[in-house]
Design a protein around this ligand. Sequence first.
Ligand code: AGP
Length: 604
Amino acid sequence: MCGIVGYIGQKDTKKFLIDGLKELEYRGYDSAGIALLGCDSIEVFKAVGKLVNLEDKLNNNSTLNIQNSTFSTGIGHTRWATHGKPTEINAHPHLGNYSFVVHNGIIENYKELKTSLQANGVEFLSQTDTEVIVHLFEKHFEQTNDSAQAFKNTIKELHGAYAILLITKSEQNKIFFAKSGSPMIIGKNSDEMFFASSDAPLIGYANEVIYLEDGDFGEVTQDNISFYNEKKQIWNKLQTSKQLAQKNGFRFFMEKEIYEQSDVASDCMLGRIKDNGTNFDEIENSFFDNIFDIKICACGTSYHAGMVGSYLIERLGKMRCSIEIASEFRYKEPLLLKNTLFVVISQSGETADTLEALKMAKNAGLKTLAVCNVDNSSITRLADVTLLTRAGIEKGVASTKAFSTQTLVLWMLALYIGTKNKALSDTLIQNELHTLRAIPKALKIESIMHEKCKRLSKRYLHGHGFFFIGRDVFYPLALEGALKLKEISYLHAEGYPAGEMKHGPIALADPELFTIALMPQNLLYDKIKSNVEELSARDSTICSISALPFELADDFIQINTTNHYMLEFFEMLVALQLLSQEISIRLGNDVDMPRNLAKSVTVE
Ligand code: AGP
C-alpha cells in the first residue's frame, strides 16, 4: 500500500512532503522519493529503505542550495513493491524528460503500453508499471502541446487501479491528479493545495478536504481545482486526530485490515485474471516442466492458507499437493524429490522456521516458490519465484488480510496449473474465474454482519472452550477461526475436522462447550449438518455460520446465499475475524498487540 503526498503553494514544499511521508510510514514501504518543481527547474531525490535516508540526501545536497530554494510544487511517495524490486531506480517519482509521476495501485496493461512506447524509442529506466504513465503523458504532450489534453489522453489509456500525481515543466504551477481504485484526498487552505493518500499528512495543514472518488481527475493550481470529469465539489471538515487517521477511523489496525480485505483482494488479483484463465508474470512458461507434485510449507495462519491451497491444487490443478508445518518439517528428515515444487507461504517473509525449511529445499535442489507479502524479505530473496500477495502492510499481530490474499494467490495458482495441464473444462474455468472476480464483493462487510458479531460476542466470554468445525477447505478455515480467537481473546479454542468429532472430542460436548460450525450450502452440507446434529444432541451450544438457517443452532450468523463454496468461505472468514475481535474487545484485551505474540517470529 504506497503513500502519496503533493503540495502547491508558496511555503516550504520540501517540509510538507517529508513530514507527510512520515505520517504515511504506518502504511509500510521499502523506498521513498520526492520531486520538486519551481524556478524553471525540476529536481528529484529518491532513497531505498527508511525515510531518514531520503532526508539525508536532501540535507546533504548543497549544490542545489535546496534548503532555501522556492520550489512551489512538489510530489512525494513511499513505495510498497508490487512490480520490480525495492531499488532506488524503482522508487517513485518516475521521470520522463521534463515530467515526474507518483502512483499508488497497479496498471494492469502496463506491459502493452511499455512495449508500444519502447517501439517508439522511449527508454525505460525501471521495472515498474508506473513509469509508463510519465512517458505516455510526454508522448501525448508532444502530439498536442496541451498538458491538460495530454493528461486526459494518458488516463484514458490506463487500465487498473491508480492514484496518480504528475508534475511537469510544461506547466510549472500545476499538479495533475487522477483517482481510480486507490485512495486520494485533496486538501486546501486559503492559499495552498495539498494531496495525500489518507488524512494524516493533511492534519495541521488543510482546513477542508475532498475525498476523491473513482473517475475523478483534473488539475490544481495554488488556489483552484479543475475537474476534467463532471464533479460536484463538496468540501468536508478534516478530522484532527492523527492516531485515528492512521487507522482510517477504525478502533484497531486489525479492524482496519479486516475491512481492507475487499480492496486488497482486488489488488491481489489485478493483472492475474484473464479471459480464459489466470496468469502470473512472475512465472516463466517452463517453470512447471518436470514438476509432478507440490509441497507447501508454512507456519500459523500461513499454514492454514497453505492447507486451503492443498485442497484447491489437487481439485483444480490436478496435481498432488502435501502440506507441512515448517517447524516439524525441519527436523523430520524429509524425503525431498527433485520433481517436487516447494512452496513456502509467509506474510512477513522472515519467519525462521519457514526460512530454514526453504533453505533445506534449495539445498536439496528443488524448485522453490514463495507466496509473500513483503518484497525483498529473506524468503523472497531466496525463493526462485515470488508471488506477492499485495496486501499492503499488516500491522495487527493477528493475521487477517494476509490470509485472504494468500488463499486467493493459491486458488489462482491452482487454476493456473490446471489450465496449463489442460485438465479443466472451459465451463469449470469460467465458473472459477467468475467466482474469483466476485470475491472482493464477498469480502465487503455489511454492517448487519458486524453488528451481529458484536451482539453475539457477549455470550462467548467464558465456558470451557470452543470447537471450530468444518469440512474440506472449511477445516483449515475452522483452524484459522480458532487461532484468531486464541490469539486475541486468550480463550481456549480448537479447530477440528467435523467428521472427526465422533472419534473422541464429542466426549467434551455439554452446554459449556461452544461449537462454531461452518456449514457451507455448496459443499458437503448434509455431512456437516449431521455432524452438528450429533453435537447438539449432546447439548453442546452451537453457533452456526451458514446461508441456511439451522433449527438446532443456539446462535446463527447468516451469510449470503451464493452458488460457490469459496464465496461462502470468504464471507465466513470475515465473520470469524469479527467475532474474535469483538470477544477480545469485550474482554478488554489489546487487539493489535496481544500478549506473548510477535508480528514476525524470527526465532525458532
Ligand atoms: C497469525 O495470526 C499469527 N500472527 C502467526 O500464526 C503467523 O501467521 C505466523 O507466525 C507465520 O507468520 P508469517 O506468515 O509471517 O510467516
